[in-house]
Design a protein around this ligand. Structure first.
Ligand SMILES: Cc1ncc(COP(=O)(O)O)c(C=O)c1O
Length: 414
């Protein structure tokens, strides 16, 4: 059975061997991962060689446009979408903000929407404002279990009805780490005649996204957490994209890549996005041989799943350790493949989260503390948001040695 060649993987991330950054055991990946070499090389090439208004007859400008188109095509292929359904914006928060402007025009009095209190505020606040600023739009909240932080699909069933237009839910909370069964939730939502909008930011760094298998109408995630540049990727199912009112310039209304992205595209960042897919397909070839004719989507999916096995193994070392300590683990206390992301949050009972983070940083172990913009989730769990939780987040380049260092250091602070 093929296992992850962690030395090969780590060699694809210059930050891991950098003279300063490389000294850290880095566990704040849910805040933003390191960038893979092909991403960095493409950005460098764009900036040094082709940084012009893209497209047209000037050859470096044409090359710039081609690089952007390649990113678009490869990302669409890798998430099983068509190219006209994928768009890039500066971040997930901005993409949802623009979407909310379109929804404000599309929704009418009496329409209902559902938000959770498990999400990052990026997938709550913009939608809550729809109801606050537009009389008659009814907001319903799908609440987590206050002990476990988990959502129950049965609760959703009691909240939706024939007036529900949109349900906004996370694929994976950036605190709880449990992977929500989006395909099943999509069925519930669609059976009621509504649409589903999913925040995939905390899922996408760990497993491949397949928008068709998930049956989603809109899916958003942030490429700076998936080994890439600071860009938000947004999938909008074609029919819905054309139903939603245009938010771009009026003369671009028929251009699918511009309807919901009024900001001018960030040329260099988009041009280097294809480096994410190149990193994953190169890694696929390294692990499974060069002769494979597998599709881009299948290569990306196989490679991410291979990395996920390693993530789960390392997560369970951390969860096993924490279960023996005086700490409240948020979410599932054992990790199972495809059910939990390696994002582990906990409340130590004897030391404040911020103090724990500070103590570990002195040993060059990078972890995080706070509410991580899941403010409402903190409140639901009975945790003071300004105190928050400790969060340890891995991706597939996190080594067993990094986890050794983390556990030794945590042992000292508990
Ligand atoms: C789960 C989740 N959703 C949304 C966001 C917002 O993403 P962005 O920073 O691209 O706006 C974050 C950022 O940390 C996140 O963790």
């Amino acid at each position: 059975m093929t296992t992850l060649d962690i030395n090969y993987i780590r060699a694809q991330f210059p930050a891991l061997s950098h003279q300063e950054t490389g000294r850290w055991a880095f566990f704040e990946n849910a805040g933003g991962s390191y960038a893979a070499t092909p991403v960095i090389e493409k950005l460098n090439h764009f900036m040094t060689t082709t940084k012009m208004q893209p497209y047209g007859h000037i050859s470096p400008a044409r090359e710039a446009g081609e690089a952007m188109d390649r990113s678009h095509r490869l990302m669409a292929e890798s998430i099983n979408a068509d190219i006209d359904e994928v768009m890039f914006g500066p971040s997930t928060s901005i993409n949802s903000y623009v979407l909310s402007k379109a929804f404000a025009e599309a929704l009418k009095s009496g329409d209902e929407i559902v938000v959770t209190n498990q999400d990052h505020e990026a997938n709550i606040g913009a939608w809550r404002r729809l109801s606050e600023n537009n009389a008659g739009i009814v907001l319903r909240e799908w609440c987590v279990n206050s002990d476990t932080g988990l959502l129950d699909e049965n609760d959703l069933k009691t909240l939706i009805n024939e007036r529900t237009r949109f349900v906004f839910v996370t694929h994976c909370s950036n605190i709880v780490g449990t992977i929500n069964d989006i395909a099943s939730i999509s069925d519930i939502v669609h059976n009621a005649g509504a649409k589903i909008v999913v925040d995939g930011v905390s899922f996408a760094p760990h497993l491949a996204v397949d928008v068709k298998a998930l049956k989603v109408d809109i899916y958003l995630y942030s490429l700076y957490k998936v080994f890439g540049p600071h860009q938000g990727l947004m999938y909008v199912q074609r029919d819905l994209l054309h139903e939603l009112p245009n938010q771009g310039h009026y003369f671009n209304a028929e251009d699918p890549s511009k309807r919901l992205t009024p900001a001018g595209p960030m040329h260099g960042e988009i041009a280097c996005v294809s480096g994410i897919v190149d990193y994953l397909t190169n890694s696929y070839r390294h692990h499974f041989g060069a002769t494979s004719s597998a599709s881009i989507q299948s290569q990306v999916s196989t490679m991410m799943s291979l990395g996920h096995v390693h993530e789960i193994e390392q997560s369970n070392r951390i969860l096993d350790f924490l279960r023996d300590k005086d700490a409240r683990i948020i979410g599932n206390t054992h990790a199972i493949e495809n059910k939990r992301a390696p994002t582990i949050a906990f409340s130590p009972r004897k030391i404040a989260p911020e103090a724990a983070v500070k103590a570990l940083s002195e040993q060059k172990i990078g972890i995080g503390a706070g509410h991580f913009y899941a403010y409402r989730l903190m409140e639901a769990l009975g945790i003071e948001p300004d105190v928050g939780v400790v969060r340890v987040s891995l991706v597939h380049y996190t080594s067993a040695e990094d986890v050794d260092r983390l556990l030794n250091a945590l042992d000292e602070v508990f």
